[in-house]
Design a protein around this ligand. Structure first.
Ligand SMILES: *Cc1c(COP(=O)(O)O)cnc(C)c1O
Length: 364
């Protein structure tokens, strides 16, 4: 069976470098808030673009929570998000006391600039874009809309490392952006890790304090903080993976190009990429009317598939109780969630595996 993803492949690609780095960290005698973390922060910020700063944290959800809190988002504030986004984005907003307000996505599954105006209330403080599945969102009109309406703009880049809009990397458009390095992500660690990126170092400096008990120097606490630090082992291993990002993304693009060129089945709608938006193919998502029959067929052909995700966040029990949304609240989102299928996309796939996935799709 060809899996949807297999993390051991990513490890084996650069096994020796990972093992050397792990030993280096183990032997260093320094495991929290050290040289690996500060080096990773510098290297990741430099790779993303000029004049941005990066503060490492313990995971993507906490990056959202701390980053929003550092930017002053709190109780009573509303933050506009796309209804088909990931629940962690909404939880990050809710953990700092604010309320997510949902809107329908565009045909690329991304936040729709036209939806912002309709969702604004006097409590709206910010818009949170999630560049879903690895494709950059069309940012020009969203940036204009936020400027026009006086809203802060944030980006959830947990799926979009190095995807760009008109040549600018995602994560550099708003007040702050949030990265996850969960192992499956394109820049993945070997455990939990995340980061806040901002061009405003007041935000990243506040995150550095909040992640470490609210402490600005040793045994001196100026804020009610957390323990949300990026550890040395994950930071060290992330530096190895970061140094190979170009080839890893090129490899995903090769797989996606073959899928897009060679899959020819009118029953299977291929993903579209918007003009000016680059795609780094965190996931390759197709749309099929009869999803169950398609997934059964693929399984019989020896190809695993997945759904990310079947239930939109606002229909999860914890959200329905809180906000009173129900089935039918967002029909476009519910239609997406009822028909999307995730095809195998991983580093690294053999050519004959790619061919097998294509043939299985074409045979449906
Ligand atoms: C993975 C992910 C997160 C959460 O990241 P964790 O590191 O797992 O906490 C947040 N938002 C999106 C869009 C994600 O894909």
């Amino acid at each position: 069976m060809i899996p949807v993803n297999e993390l051991a492949r990513g490890f084996k690609l650069y096994q020796k470098e990972y093992e050397d780095r792990a030993l280096e960290v183990l032997r260093s005698g320094w495991y929290i808030l050290g040289r690996q973390m500060t080096s990773f922060e510098e290297e990741f910020a430099a790779a993303l673009g000029e004049d941005c700063d990066c503060a490492g944290v313990d995971n993507g959800l906490d990056a959202i929570w701390l980053g929003l809190r550092a930017a002053g988002i709190g109780a009573g504030d509303e933050v506009i998000v796309q209804a088909n986004g990931y629940i962690a984005t909404m939880l990050g907003i809710m953990n700092c006391g604010a309320t997510p307000v949902f809107v329908e996505p565009d045909e690329y599954y991304q936040l729709d600039a036209d939806a912002i105006k309709k969702a604004v209330t006097e409590r709206t403080k910010a818009v949170m874009v999630t560049h879903l599945y690895g494709q950059a969102t069309r940012m020009d009109r969203i940036c204009d809309e936020c400027r026009h309406l006086g809203l802060m703009l944030f980006e959830d880049c947990a799926q979009s490392h190095f995807a760009s809009f008109k040549g600018v990397n995602t994560g550099l458009f708003g007040k702050a952006s949030f990265f996850s390095f969960y192992p499956t992500k394109n820049l993945g660690a070997f455990g939990d890790a995340g980061a806040v990126v901002s061009k405003d170092s007041a935000i990243t400096d506040a995150v550095r304090i909040l992640r470490n008990y609210g402490s600005d120097r040793r045994y001196h606490n100026i804020d009610i903080g957390y323990n949300m630090r990026l550890d040395e082992m994950q930071a060290g291993l992330l530096r190895v993976r970061l140094s190979h990002m170009e080839e890893l993304i090129a490899n995903r693009r090769h797989i996606a190009d073959r899928y897009l060129n060679e899959m020819k089945n009118p029953k299977v709608e291929l993903p579209k990429t918007a003009e000016g938006c680059s795609h780094t193919w965190y996931q390759f998502i197709v749309r099929v009317d009869d999803r169950k029959a398609f997934m059964d067929h693929m399984k019989n052909e020896g190809v695993a598939t997945d759904i990310s995700w079947e239930t939109p966040p606002y229909l999860q029990p914890c959200m329905m109780e809180k906000f009173g949304y129900g089935p039918g609240s967002f029909p476009v989102t519910e239609d997406i969630c009822a028909h999307i299928v995730t095809l195998p996309m991983m580093e690294y796939m053999e050519e004959d595996e790619i061919t097998k996935v294509i043939e299985a799709v074409n045979a449906f």
